[in-house]
Design a protein around this ligand. Structure first.
Ligand code: ZN
Length: 141
């Protein structure tokens, strides 16, 4: 039995499906404010990068610390139940991330990984953007 009405269900599903997770949107806005123009979720590139800066031949992935196993990060904990499942799941994600990064780099893209914990607090954003700006603009392709 369906606990939700049709409308409610499609509303819930669209919220789950929507690509713009909050940290990603925050980062996009900050980049835009610094004059960067980008495309999002480019499906033709390996790994569907979250942010693509065609002019600088640079892609940015915003990685969730938990799902992508951010090393040494407090948000990248291992759940106490189904531990083995989670370890396999997250190491699988990490392996795929590495493959995607290599594929992109081999076709001349610069790959920048931003972790969600770096965008968590507004006060961190300015520093992050300054760092990214340097990284993006020093890429010569
Ligand atoms: Zn983290």
């Amino acid at each position: 039995m369906d606990i939700w009405s049709h409308e409610k269900r499609s509303e819930v599903m669209s919220r789950i499906r929507s690509k713009g997770t909050k940290p990603e949107v925050t980062l996009r806005k900050a980049l835009f404010a610094r004059g960067f123009r980008y495309r999002v979720n480019v499906k033709t590139l390996p790994g569907k990068p979250d942010i693509v800066l065609p002019r600088y031949k640079t892609v940015i992935f915003v990685h969730g610390c938990f799902w992508h196993g951010h090393p040494g990060c407090k948000y990248a904990y291992t759940p106490k139940s189904n531990t083995e499942f989670w370890i396999n799941k997250i190491s699988g994600n990490r392996e795929r991330d590495a493959v995607v990064k290599r594929e992109l780099e081999e076709s001349g893209w610069k790959v920048i990984i931003v972790w969600e914990c770096e965008i968590r607090h507004n006060k961190d954003i300015a520093n992050l953007i300054t760092r990214l700006e340097k990284e993006i603009k020093t890429h010569n392709s």
